[in-house]
Design a protein around this ligand. Structure first.
Ligand code: IPE
Ligand code: IPE
Ligand code: MG
Length: 257
């Protein structure tokens, strides 16, 4: 039995988030420059997108470039920006074939104009696709997203559109850039690092975390399916006891409920 066939299609996460890490180490192990690792990470992105689309997962968020990644050497940042443009260009076909809609979160205005332009183009081209939503986190950090949300709340408060008594977890989330998607049920991080690195901080309060030592350029469909299988074995208690869960339906508390 193939690993994919072991997955229970009735218990799929709606949203999977991935911290794609380990490109630099992968390249170094092969005696190459870090950018060689980034270039080889594109295949892993394609495999992951296809795997998520095949399963019928609704949202896949990929952490592609963090707010802090701007601090890397200029030549690496430039190379990553170029790679982004060429990948968006070359992968449009794969996105269309798999009925994938591209979206992006992060401080997109801070991206170089040509990257921003190519991104907008690809988002527009795929906007009517109705399958998987692929969300690229670019110049993104969880703290940045929260600050951005608070600024919008203050703005609305100044205009009398919101008062403190109306603010709760759901209304706060509505002010966040990623509020168009449910919170991720599963977060995968490759490369054997056990940290969040400023990814979806608010959203992952009850997310299941999955860490694998595989370096991102080596990540394949089977590895994604393995993570989904592992997720399906977990008991998500949301603060309750195991016994309480027995008589409950499989509906889980999320921002949608
Ligand atoms: C992840 O790989 C890609 C980005 C952060 C853009 P890294 O470049 O962080 O690779 P390592 O962690 O140094 O091996
Ligand atoms: C996290 O990886 C960011 C992305 C994958 C885009 P990093 O490699 O930047 O994280 P740290 O610095 O090891 O925490
Ligand atoms: Mg890294």
């Amino acid at each position: 039995m193939e690993i994919k066939d072991k997955i229970d299609r009735n218990k799929l996460p709606q949203h999977v988030a991935v911290i794609m890490d380990g490109n630099g180490r992968w390249a170094k192990k092969k005696g190459n420059q870090r950018i060689f690792g980034h270039q080889n990470g594109v295949k892993a992105v394609r495999e992951t997108v296809e795997a998520a689309a095949e399963l019928g997962i609704k949202f896949l968020t990929l952490y592609a470039f963090s707010t802090e990644n701007w601090k890397r050497p200029q030549n690496e940042v430039n190379a990553l920006m170029h790679l982004l443009i060429s990948t968006l260009n070359s992968e449009v076909k794969t996105l269309q074939e798999n009925n994938v809609r591209l979206l992006a979160i992060g401080d997109l205005e801070s991206l170089p104009a040509n990257v921003h332009h190519q991104l907008r183009n690809t988002i527009d081209l795929t906007s009517t696709n109705s399958g998987l939503s692929l969300v690229l986190a670019l110049s993104y950090s969880g703290r940045w997203e929260l600050v951005h949300a608070v600024k919008n709340i203050i703005q609305d408060a100044n205009e009398g559109k919101i008062t403190p008594d109306k603010l709760n977890e759901n209304t706060l989330y509505q002010y966040m850039q990623s509020s168009f998607m449910p919170y991720p049920e599963l977060l995968i991080r490759t490369s054997g690092e056990y940290r969040i690195s400023n990814f979806l901080l608010w959203q992952i309060a009850y997310t299941e975390l999955y860490f694998t030592p595989i370096l991102w350029p080596d990540f394949r469909k089977e590895n994604f399916f393995e993570a989904i299988l592992d997720f399906q074995k977990r008991e998500r208690r949301f603060g309750k006891t195991s016994d309480q869960l027995v008589n409950e339906t499989s509906t889980v508390p999320n921002n949608n409920s």
